[in-house]
Design a protein around this ligand. Structure first.
Ligand code: 13P
Ligand code: SF4
Length: 369
């Protein structure tokens, strides 16, 4: 989705790194407890050093709720995370995204028109009352609202299994026969496989084809209708990367994010969210070499912050998330100084008509996990 960030004053882009440090520190000091800065693990170091709390997308959504005294939540992450924070926080709190162009290409792979069209098509061939929509956190607020209005839930990479167990197996849950899972096919497939389902239980829904490119029989029999979406950062990791890593480090440990393909995740020693990756590195024995399949800023930070272990990217070519990378020192300094001056720039708001249903889907997730 196009969200045009207007240019910021040249004084910020021209400032030296030391100047920016001084200005950000002064602005933070002046705002005190009225400000709460959240940093997703993929943020660059020049931004992350200012985060009052770091986390994965689940952790950050919980943290955002836990600071009612903060008038301003400056979200150093991407747009869907800031939207979720706005939905979950109190009315007096304002959520700010330092660069409006920090979106998520995966989240943009499903929009409300396509999902409504898919839902109507599925309803033509199967009992739609038994189909539950589940959306990954990486989705726009109107998709979360679509899910919330139909009894479904949001999930993140750290709780997708718990949410899917609830969908299918919880005696007090919705007792679904099928789920429409969007927008990341890989998270859906990896989670379903870990739960004991197999390929024959899954079908990929292509929003650009009639009936998702599937036969009626395929739609009816699939437990998982997996939206044809992916993360371009995580889809880069290939089985050959793991083979090469293991050839070089026979005792090495491989940890991947569940947005990587099933071929990759099924070869890994551990699969988990960004927070789970951090925990896996912390738990590895001293001297371990750990090959990680996720965004490069987190991999580099883990390597720097864990001097007794070696943490490397499975893909030797750098793979940054270009939208997370948009949040930088100049944008953070600009945002904070505007707040000090009483101007809230780049506020992210979700209209209450959308937020009410989206909150249902987020609250269900929080209650399940
Ligand atoms: P986490 O929930 O693991 O932080 O993942 C968010 C994300 O966008 C990964 O690409
Ligand atoms: Fe989106 Fe992928 Fe970036 Fe995560 S790493 S924010 S899924 S584009």
């Amino acid at each position: 989705m196009l969200r045009l960030q207007a240019g910021i004053p040249a004084e910020y882009n021209d400032a030296s790194p030391d100047d920016l440090v001084e200005r950000i520190a002064a602005a933070k000091e002046s705002l005190g407890d009225r400000l709460f800065v959240l940093g997703h693990h993929y943020q660059r170091d020049e931004v992350m050093r200012w985060a009052d709390a770091r986390g994965d997308s689940f952790g950050l959504s919980v943290l955002a709720q836990q600071r009612p005294e903060a008038d301003y939540i400056v979200f150093c992450g991407v747009h869907f995370m800031a939207e979720s924070a706005d939905i979950l926080t109190a009315d007096h709190q304002q959520v700010v995204l330092p660069d409006l162009n920090a979106g998520c290409s995966m989240a943009d792979m499903a929009n409300i028109d396509e999902v409504e069209e898919a839902w109507d098509s599925i309803a033509e061939v199967t009992d739609i009352e038994r189909v539950l929509p589940i959306t990954y956190m990486n989705s726009s607020a109107d998709l979360k609202a679509f899910v919330g209005a139909r009894g479904g839930a949001v999930c993140t990479s750290s709780n997708a299994r718990a949410v899917l167990e609830w969908a299918f197996n919880d005696p007090e849950g919705p007792n679904a026969s099928q789920v429409l899972f969007f927008p990341d096919q890989h998270l859906g497939r990896n989670t379903g496989m870990a739960m004991g389902y197999d390929d024959s239980d899954m079908a990929v829904w292509n929003p650009r084809a009639d009936l998702g490119g599937l036969s009626e029989a395929e739609v009816k029999r699939s437990r998982f209708l997996l939206w044809k979406g992916h993360c371009s950062v995580h889809q880069r990791f290939r089985p050959a990367h793991i083979e090469a890593f293991r050839a070089e480090h026979p005792d090495g440990i491989v940890v991947t994010h569940p947005e990587c393909s099933y071929e990759v995740c099924s070869m890994a020693d551990q699969v988990g969210s960004t927070d789970a990756i951090i925990k896996a590195v912390a738990a590895a024995p001293t001297g371990s070499v750990i090959g990680v399949g996720t965004e490069i800023h987190l991999v580099h930070r883990l390597n720097e912050e864990t001097p007794d272990k070696t943490v490397v990217s499975l893909d030797p070519l750098v793979c940054p998330c270009s939208t997370m990378f948009r949040i930088d020192g100049p944008h953070l300094a600009w945002t904070l100084e505007e707040l000090v001056a009483g101007n809230v720039v780049n506020r992210i708001t979700v209209p209450e008509t959308v937020a009410a249903h989206a909150r249902l889907a987020l609250d269900r997730m929080l209650a399940i996990t």
